[in-house]
Design a protein around this ligand. Structure first.
Ligand code: GLN
Length: 533
């Protein structure tokens, strides 16, 4: 028997519903249950791959090559599991599938409608994931806020599941914001009450409410929310601001959140084993030795664009007991001469040259890489950051003037980075990059090998361009070390020798996607360790 937990949101989006969902999963897993978690995104894009990170934040890539919502990254990090593209359901995916069925003739004779066809498709998808993954509990986070037009079919499907599943097999958690008035300092509960009313209007009575608020929920606020939501006070939980998102599961556990859920779902209430997690959080909070990490990128205004990288830096830093201070460096400002590269980078202990797409900002990143290489500052290049590291090396070390990636300059005399052969005939941009995890063979005696301590690793990709094999000999002859190869002979990891640079390593894949609090990603550990020398 699978148990389903639906998590809805009220008042505002982006209040941390994803973290509450991930924390719920972590606590149930720590109780010994097998937990899965799905994110529903009610937009019409089939997946997040075609969305601008400026608006939507990072695209999180799963092991099987799904381009998903960044909340899946939180889920994987909190639950320490690998999810799949099926763990992110969008309106686009649901309609795509229903329309395909209609064209095939599966609904012959019927009028295809939102209820029951769309809602059935949603329910089937959810149950199918539960069945195929064999979980005890499947958490379903419904994105957006209650009352959004887009979200209605999903909420309707959830409501029907309450009816169709066993009496104690579904549980509804509503996450809503209680703002604090700056003038009086009062914690206001009315928006929460209204969003619960909205939820009930659709036919869903929540079983628990998690209140997002700046400071601990006051007694009177809790009493009011419980009363208006027709719930006991112990069903209302305070999710107030904490320093690190990783503290949220502990905050909820203190309030016996997991016990209340287990009771509601008639699950045996086991004591969660949180010792390792507590230890990790303590290391995060109690370190004082600060290192400055330059973050060289193009979307530096919306930090969510690089969330997995930020978290990977945190995981590695917790392991090595340092406190990372991120210094955001906008590559377009360097490119336009608004920011001097020396002013930007002379005080950093290390830097990450961030992933990206397109021409804007690329020359700024190349300047930054040159500075980091010449001044022997530890640096890690990721994806586009790796490709531009090759461009910089080709220009300034090999001496190939105006060398470039054809993504930036299609007419460059030296296309050291070029479209992957498999990308040449592609005419649709959705879901067609080189995506997901694939094997990488590491070369013994290199930094990459030292960090991973394994002959073959799997990291996740998301790119169309790649180091041009025609230039490999020239690059190697000038001192660039290729330390990771794909089975097809694509360059996956590059580095400089210890005698040339203390730590310059760059990867075509995105190792940050697989970084976990208790298992930090090796290249990030390498970078942070290098900053300490
Ligand atoms: N724009 C580059 C490519 O498509 C790099 C992509 C990335 O950084 N994720 O290959």
């Amino acid at each position: 028997m699978v148990k389903y937990i639906f998590i809805t949101g009220g008042v505002l989006s982006s209040v941390g519903k994803g973290i509450v969902s991930a924390s719920t999963g972590l606590l149930l897993k720590a109780m010994g249950y097998n937990v899965g978690i799905i994110k529903i995104d009610p937009y019409i894009n089939v997946d997040a791959g075609t969305m601008n990170p400026y608006m939507h934040g990072e695209v999180f890539v799963t092991e099987d090559g799904g381009e998903t919502d960044l909340d899946l990254g939180h889920y994987e990090r909190f639950l320490d599991v690998n999810l799949t593209k099926d763990h992110n359901l969008t309106t686009g995916k649901v309609y795509y599938s229903v329309i395909e069925k209609e064209r095939r003739g599966d609904y012959l004779g019927q009028t295809v409608q939102i209820i029951p066809h769309i809602t059935n498709e949603i329910k089937e998808h959810i149950r199918d994931v539960a069945r195929r993954t064999g979980v005890d509990v499947l958490i379903v986070e419904i994105g957006g806020t209650v009352g959004d037009i887009e979200g209605l079919p999903f909420l309707e499907a959830a409501r029907q599941m309450k009816l169709e599943e066993g009496l104690h097999d579904t549980f509804f958690i509503h996450v809503a914001l209680a703002p604090i008035l700056s003038t009086t300092g009062e914690q206001k509960t009315k928006p929460v009450q209204h969003s619960v009313q909205e939820l009930r209007r659709i036919g869903i009575q929540p079983n628990a409410i998690v209140v997002r608020t700046q400071r601990p929920l006051e007694r009177e606020a809790r009493r009011k929310i419980a009363l208006y939501a027709t719930l006991p006070e112990r069903a209302v939980f305070s999710d107030h601001d904490v320093e690190y998102i990783y503290e949220v599961p502990l905050l909820l556990a203190e309030q016996k959140y997991h016990e209340y859920i287990a009771e509601g779902l008639k699950l045996e209430a086991r004591e969660p084993d949180l010792s390792k997690w507590i230890n990790f959080v303590e290391r995060l909070k109690n370190t004082s030795h600060e290192v400055i990490i330059g973050m060289v990128g193009k979307y530096t205004k919306l930090k969510d664009s690089y969330i997995s990288i930020i978290e990977a830096i945190r995981h590695a830093s917790a392991l090595l007991e340092v406190k990372p201070k991120l210094k955001w460096i906008e590559a377009t400002d360097i490119e336009l001469g608004k920011l001097n590269v020396e002013d930007a980078l002379s005080d950093v202990d290390g830097a990450v040259v961030l992933p990206g797409f397109g021409r804007r900002g690329a020359e700024g990143k190349i300047k930054a890489i040159q500075y980091l290489r010449e001044n022997k500052i530890p640096m890690l290049g990721i994806c586009f950051g790796m490709q531009l590291t090759v461009v910089e090396f080709a220009r300034n070390v090999v001496g190939l003037d105006r060398a470039n990636s054809t993504e930036i300059d299609p007419h460059t005399p030296y296309p050291v980075v070029d479209l992957l052969p498999s990308q040449k005939d592609i005419d649709r941009l959705g879901g067609t990059m080189r995506l997901g995890a694939s094997p990488i063979r590491l070369v013994r005696g290199t930094k990459a090998y030292d960090l991973y301590r394994s002959d073959v690793i799997y990291e996740r990709h998301r790119h169309r361009y790649e180091v041009n094999e025609r230039y490999i000999d020239k690059l190697e002859a000038a001192g660039l070390v290729i330390s990771g190869w794909s089975p097809e002979g694509l360059v996956e990891i590059i580095e400089l020798r210890e005698r040339d640079h203390p730590f310059l390593l760059a990867t075509q894949p995105h190792p940050e996607y697989k970084s976990r609090p208790l298992r930090p990603s090796p290249p990030y550990v390498g970078l942070i360790r290098a900053t300490l020398r």
